[in-house]
Design a binder for this molecule. Structure first.
Ligand code: ZN
Length: 220
């Protein structure tokens, strides 16, 4: 049975002293962000990854070796990876989350956005059978339904590494049903996670059996 830890933090929890957890490349990237909110989000994300992995590996956060080599160009702006663990990082609005697992994991959080026009993005990202269910929702329930679909699908595609290009290949259960992969060419365990009222979140684990799941709130 795979083992998965999920950690949630709010952007406002970022502190300047977390910079000591970062390496030189990360500090350069931090300095290059122009908006304070982007700085805080990046800093907190790196700190979370380094502290959680450090605790698992009995290392100081700054001593954890992370690999961000881009699959296309080799520069350090790719998905973050570490030796011997599977990792997924997500952020939206006020929240940042990471999942660390012994099997491939995908974590996704999305702010529910009733102000957005969802018609175009729903047609692009939902399969015909999902879209048919989605079309029954209106108003605030429609925004929540879309966020539920999106996070479930995105979590699966993050776990497999195929990204958004695979969005039409995976069919997930409807918003009012328990989270599950209905049709896909691989086996995945899907779980909805509760962050707060304004957000939807889901975790996917590529495994034939459900993971032992441990969810934590980051405390400074
Ligand atoms: Zn690149």
């Amino acid at each position: 049975m795979p083992d998965v830890e999920v950690w949630w933090a709010r952007v406002e929890q970022a502190r300047p002293e977390f910079l000591t957890d970062l390496n030189d490349v990360e500090r350069e990237r931090y300095a290059a962000y122009r908006r304070d909110e982007d700085k805080a989000r990046f800093l907190l994300g790196v700190t979370l990854v380094r502290r959680v992995l450090g605790a698992r590996m009995s290392l100081a956060p700054a001593a954890v070796v992370l690999d961000r080599a881009c699959a296309d160009c080799g520069r350090p702006h790719g998905k973050v990876r570490a030796k011997d663990v599977e990792l997924s990082v997500t952020h939206s609005g006020d929240w940042i989350g990471i999942a660390v697992g012994t099997a491939p994991v995908g974590l996704d959080v999305e702010r529910i956005a009733p102000e957005h026009d969802l018609d175009g993005v729903a047609r692009m990202s939902l399969t015909p059978e999902e879209h048919q269910v989605f079309e029954q929702y209106e108003g605030a329930a429609r925004a929540r339904a879309f966020a539920t679909y999106w996070t479930r699908k995105e979590a699966v595609l993050k776990a497999s590494g195929e990204g958004i290009t695979g969005v039409q290949n995976v069919v997930v259960s409807g918003p009012e049903e328990p989270a599950a992969v209905i049709r896909w060419d691989r086996q995945a365990q899907l779980t909805d996670l509760t962050v707060d009222d304004g957000y939807a979140a889901a975790l996917a684990v590529l495994s034939p059996e459900p993971p032992a799941l441990h969810v934590h709130q980051f405390r400074v």
